[in-house]
Design a protein around this ligand. Structure first.
Ligand SMILES: Nc1ncnc2c1ncn2[C@@H]1O[C@H](COP(=O)(O)OP(=O)(O)OP(=O)(O)O)[C@@H](O)[C@H]1O
Length: 248
């Protein structure tokens, strides 16, 4: 179980301190899928970066299966069992997709396993397996390869920051099926940061983050009605047909 307690993150800009995240607390139970949503600029990616260890929290604690990982480095968190897929994946010049997948898996992967992983994110495996994971790949291709690297290894919990971003509809459907499968197997917990209705619908629980704070958290059946044509309309958030829930 992941326990996040009273997590805050401040930055200092031009000598002025501003609070990006304030007193965020939540848990993710084993095998549970928590979807984090909310308006642009609310603090979702900042929270993901604190969970990944890219940024260090100003206050609060993060505990995984009773182990305090608040001060762990990115590497130590990965070893503790956290997998991450960034909103904007990094590129790896000089490294083939096959090697990247093997590194992510922590062991050399045979061609069949690499192909299965790439196929599961909608990529034609033989076209990509020996390509470099560098800037010659499109944003959507790199995004899918990065998701495949997270799927290459079993983790206790995986954090996906806007997995839908830049992905075509066909690949998106495959990705949804993969998330549904992981969720059904209950071997890994999932945190999905998303604006997408289809992803939000898969959640066991939903957390809405707005203005750096937890606006609401609860069972999907209780939170969903507040997102779709409910309370958020009154705070000028609006649903876009078939797309993002919030923003312009
Ligand atoms: N290092 C930083 N310095 C200054 N401001 C920051 C910093 N990091 C984040 N912010 C600000 O904090 C707010 C939250 O950003 P964040 O990227 O977490 O939002 P988000 O909820 O993920 O948004 P989106 O839905 O657009 O991805 C934004 O207003 C952003 O500009």
């Amino acid at each position: 179980m992941l326990q996040v307690e009273h997590l805050s993150y401040d930055v200092v800009e031009e000598g002025k301190q501003s609070e990006i995240l304030s007193d965020v607390s939540f848990t993710v139970n084993d095998g549970e899928m928590l979807v984090i949503t909310g308006p642009n600029g609310g603090g979702k990616s900042t929270l993901a970066k604190l969970l990944m260890g890219i940024n260090k929290s100003t206050a609060g604690t993060i505990t995984l299966d009773g182990q305090d990982i608040t001060d762990y480095t990115i590497d130590e968190r990965a070893k503790a069992g956290i997998g991450f897929a960034f909103q904007q994946p990094p590129r790896f010049k000089g490294m083939t997709v096959r090697r990247l997948l093997s590194l992510a898996a922590g062991q050399p992967l045979d061609e069949k396993t690499c192909c299965n992983l790439l196929s599961s994110v909608g990529l034609c495996a033989m076209e990509y397996i020996d390509r470099e994971a560098d800037a010659t790949l499109s944003g959507g291709e790199m995004k899918r390869i990065e998701i495949a690297t997270v799927l290459a290894k079993q983790h206790k919990i995986c954090v996906f920051d806007e997995p839908e971003a830049g992905i075509d509809l066909w690949s998106f459907s495959m990705l949804i099926k993969r998330f549904e499968q992981i969720h059904k197997e209950k071997k890994e917990s999932l945190i999905l940061i998303s604006h997408q209705e289809r992803i939000i619908q898969m959640a066991d629980r939903i957390m809405v983050i707005s203005d750096g704070k937890v606006e609401s958290i609860g069972d999907a059946k209780d939170i969903m009605p507040t997102l779709f044509g409910g309370e958020l309309d009154s705070c000028e958030c609006r649903r876009q047909k078939g797309g993002e829930l919030y923003g312009e």
